[in-house]
Write a protein of this length. Structure first.
Ligand SMILES: Nc1ncnc2c1ncn2[C@@H]1O[C@H](COP(=O)(O)OP(=O)(O)OP(=O)(O)O)[C@@H](O)[C@H]1O
Ligand SMILES: [Mg+2]
Lengths: 493, 321
């Protein structure tokens, strides 16, 4: 059993946690929910020993833990699986599971045979058909996540924390993970489960704890809640529909892609994007959705195919050309591809279009920059409300908002968004959709890749479904259903 | 209020080395009556400029996460080119542009190796450092080159004064302001920080990463050229061993000033403070007569201590955080 009592934690300028308590019984699957920046990850980092708490107590099975450090907490059976997976991609599955504690023979040489056999036993227990000698890079994200859980189990973890595990998974990949969590909880292992997808909370968890602005709101069995009540407690007000209404005024073709081919990755991709339209791309992980976007903007090469942009044939050789032509790209991995983590929000938001903040001699006006950045902080409710915060110190969802704000501030004509609301809370999601709507009305066009089907169904005008690098079906707004999308996404090609 | 608190914290951190400089200054005043005399101060300023010009350029390369080891050898090459030409009675109006053109070419090649050739800056410039030192010796046949022709008078660049301020100091101030402006107020400056912080994100923001890298290496070549010009005109001669160790001095100044070896963070003001700190230190040691071997030991330790203190400051805050 885990008890965290009256925990407080302050960062310079931010009170991240204020007298928060959390109790998890053996075999519980406890949902931890709250808006972006509510303090969920911070609480879990205190549990793992990564951060020191300012005040509070930590108890595991009636033992008070003094001065928790990462090593001590691992020994006590705590494992935290962070949102950014920590596996080493070029090592094998077995090497990852036993990283840092390789079994050795009596001469100190690593005993690979034993290690692989042990790893195999762990994987079998999880019913995971993975070869322990396989390199981690070759596994899907879903499989990697399960390997992380296997690693935790091999360390005899009793309390496993999953921080937004499904943000990187497609809906269809959830089942395996959920079954695994349920099975382990029956054996008495406790879980803390953080997610912004509330549907999963009801599907998987038996209890829920709600945080808001670093404070404890309430805790109780899941049966006491429905989505509306949960959202109301999280955001502090009642929210009806997260997908706002909009007028669909669709204009001329702005981007036309014909027979785009990239050896082994993309096959005969053709589609048209119109002014004022959101065109969705659905599919399983690895279907080629991100690769399609990357080929168009010149991030990846392609062998064959024609792209017409505002009536002109184009082939963007570098991303710079695409950006100069008015295409923005919100990438899939905000930390690796989206943000400059050593810099503040202002730096990040103004970077793609500095000319907007410069005079005719090219002198940038920091005042002007700050003004615009502050506007977006306000508009997207980015927390903390301070555009001079270095982005590495921000919560995941708020970082995502910064990446979006950057392109919203850059006056693009076409916006490519790859998993735009990954890790963003419900309240902010609606704000983001509203902003996208107002931009669509002004004539922006959007290509949206998303693994969340409700998001695609709620926002898109048309959806292209992909499988194995091919478009297997195109659906019009009237005919969207999850079943139809899934049937195209899994269609043999 | 939170904003203010953050601002102050940030200031304090960047001020750390500054306070060290202030303390050192006071130590200087106490240690030697000569220290504060106008003559000595002007001398210090001149010394800061000569070493600092390259450090200013090096700041750009460090900010993109690189390093240019070849600057010292570059100084020798440009100095030898100018001196050899003028020794043969070629007008400085030809000799100086010739050296300048060579500098642009060498900077371009270094930059090309890094940006297109995808070589690690350390490797690329390690190679060019050795090769260029060889080139300087080859051109001069290994011996110093000096000119006697009194028609050629470019002494002003290295030795002249404007009012009571040495001309190299003026050059340094102009270059400092230009660098300050570029890093803070131009989109090129932003590209430099952005490439140093996260190349992939920079690329997705439409930043031309190879071009940014290329320009940074052209800047260090330019810095080396200016330094060579000041040096040669001051001495009316050039030595193929000139500039030896300049790369290390320049790097020390950058790192003492708080530029991250990984790139992405730091400021040109930091480099200026780093340059002042190192120069004032060696001036004081000269004044009180500490022997030069001992001086080297102290200078080396100062680099380690300064960076350690900067890092500890960061660590401490993280822990408290
Ligand atoms: N290392 C840090 N330094 C300074 N502030 C931090 C640091 N880590 C987190 N914070 C701040 O603490 C607050 C809580 O952040 P936390 O990451 O716990 O939020 P979260 O609930 O996990 O949000 P999300 O749903 O967006 O992931 C935020 O305001 C954040 O900016
Ligand atoms: Mg988080």
């Amino acid at each position: 059993m885990l008890r965290m009592n009256h925990i407080s934690k302050e960062f310079p300028g931010v009170k991240a946690l204020n007298d928060v308590s959390l109790t998890v019984e053996n075999g519980d699957i406890m949902a931890l929910v709250g808006e972006n920046g509510a303090g969920k990850s911070t609480l879990m980092k205190i549990l793992s020993g990564a951060y020191e708490m300012d005040e509070g107590e930590l108890w595991i099975d009636d033992e008070k833990i003094e001065n928790p450090t990462p090593a001590k907490m691992i020994e006590k059976g705590v494992a935290v699986i962070y949102q950014e997976l920590m596996l080493l991609p070029h090592l094998s599955v077995a090497e990852n599971i036993y990283n840092g504690r390789y079994p050795k023979n009596k001469y100190g040489k690593i005993d690979y045979k034993k290690m692989n056999a042990d790893a195999k036993a762990v994987l079998d227990k999880l019913h995971l058909p993975v070869d322990p000698e396989e390199k981690v890079v070759n596994l899907s994200v879903a499989r990697r996540q399960m390997v992380e859980i296997g690693k935790a189990l091999s360390k005899d973890a009793k309390i496993i924390v999953l921080d937004e595990p499904t943000a990187v998974l497609a809906d269809s990949e959830l089942e395996g993970l959920f079954n695994l969590v349920r099975a382990l909880s029956k054996e008495g292992i406790s879980f803390v489960y953080i997610s912004h997808r509330l549907k999963e909370v009801f599907e998987l968890c038996n209890k829920v704890t709600i945080l808001k602005d670093g404070c404890f709101v309430e805790s109780g069995p899941v049966e006491d809640y429905d989505t509306d009540k949960l959202v109301a407690r999280m955001v502090g007000r009642v929210m009806t529909d997260i997908y706002p209404e909009r007028e669909h005024v669709i204009g001329e073709t702005v981007l036309k892609v014909e027979n785009l081919n990239r050896e082994g990755v993309l096959h005969d991709i053709s589609f048209e994007l119109h002014r004022g339209e959101i065109l969705g791309f659905a599919g399983l992980a690895g279907a080629g959705r991100t690769e399609t976007l990357r080929a168009i903007i010149g991030a990846d090469p392609y062998e064959k195919g024609e792209i017409t942009y505002f009536g002109k044939k184009v082939k963007f050789g570098t991303i710079k050309e695409a950006v100069d032509a008015g295409i923005g790209m919100v990438p899939e991995e905000r930390k690796l591809q989206g943000l400059h983590l050593k810099h503040n929000m202002i730096f990040n938001m103004t970077l793609p279009k500095l000319s907007k903040y410069s005079d005719k001699f090219g002198t940038i006006s920091p005042k002007q920059e700050k003004k615009v950045a502050d506007e977006y902080v306000d508009l997207l409710q980015i927390r903390p409300f301070n555009s001079e915060i270095i982005t590495t110190n921000m919560s995941g969802g708020n970082q995502q908002k910064v990446v979006l704000a950057k392109w919203l501030a850059s006056d693009c004509k076409v916006l490519f968004v790859d998993e735009p609301t990954r890790g963003v809370d419900v309240g902010a999601k609606r704000e983001i959709y509203e902003i996208l709507n107002s931009l669509l009305k002004e004539g922006l066009s959007i290509l949206m890749v998303s693994s969340e089907l409700p998001e695609l169904i709620g926002t898109c005008d048309r959806i292209c479904v992909m499988n194995s690098g091919r478009i297997t079906g195109v659906l019009e707004r009237g005919e969207f259903t999850e079943e139809k999308i899934m049937s195209y996404a899994t269609m043999e090609v | 209020m939170d904003t203010q608190k953050n601002e102050i914290l940030k200031k304090m951190k960047s001020m750390g080395v500054f306070w060290a400089l202030v303390v050192l200054f006071l130590v200087g005043c106490i240690a030697s009556p000569q220290f504060l005399k106008a003559g000595n101060m002007i001398n210090v300023a001149r010394q800061i400029s000569i070493n600092g010009i390259i450090a200013l350029a090096m700041t750009f390369v460090c900010l993109i996460g690189g390093v240019d080891l070849s600057v010292g050898s570059q100084v020798a090459v440009y100095a030898i080119i100018m001196a050899t030409m003028m020794k043969n009675n070629i007008s400085p109006f030809l000799a100086i542009p010739a050296a300048f053109a060579t500098a642009m070419l060498i900077g371009f090649l270094n930059g090309l190796g890094v940006s297109k050739g995808k070589l690690a800056p350390f490797i690329m410039t390690l190679g060019s450092m050795t090769a260029l030192r060889g080139l300087a010796k080859y051109i001069s046949n290994g011996s110093p080159q000096s000119w006697r022709n009194t028609d050629i008078n470019i002494k002003f660049i290295g030795q002249g004064y404007v009012g009571f301020i040495p001309f190299p100091v003026i050059i340094f101030i102009i270059l400092f302001l230009a660098a300050f402006y570029t890093l803070k107020y131009t989109s090129f400056g932003r590209s430099v920080y952005s490439v140093g912080d996260n190349k992939e994100a920079a690329r997705l923001n439409g930043i031309n990463v190879p071009r940014t890298q290329l320009i940074c290496f052209i800047l260090t070549a330019f810095g080396s050229f200016v330094s060579a010009l000041v040096l040669t005109s001051k001495l009316s001669s050039a030595d193929p061993t000139a500039g030896d160790g300049y790369e290390l001095t320049a790097l020390s100044m950058c790192y003492i000033g708080g530029i991250s070896t990984m790139g992405g963070v730091g400021s040109i003001t930091g480099t200026l403070i780093g340059a002042c700190l190192l120069t004032v230190l060696s001036n004081i040691m000269n004044l009180v007569g500490i022997n030069s071997y001992m001086q080297n030991i102290v200078q080396g330790l100062i680099v380690i201590i300064a960076v350690l203190l900067g890092g500890l400051g960061g660590l401490k805050r993280k822990k408290k955080a």
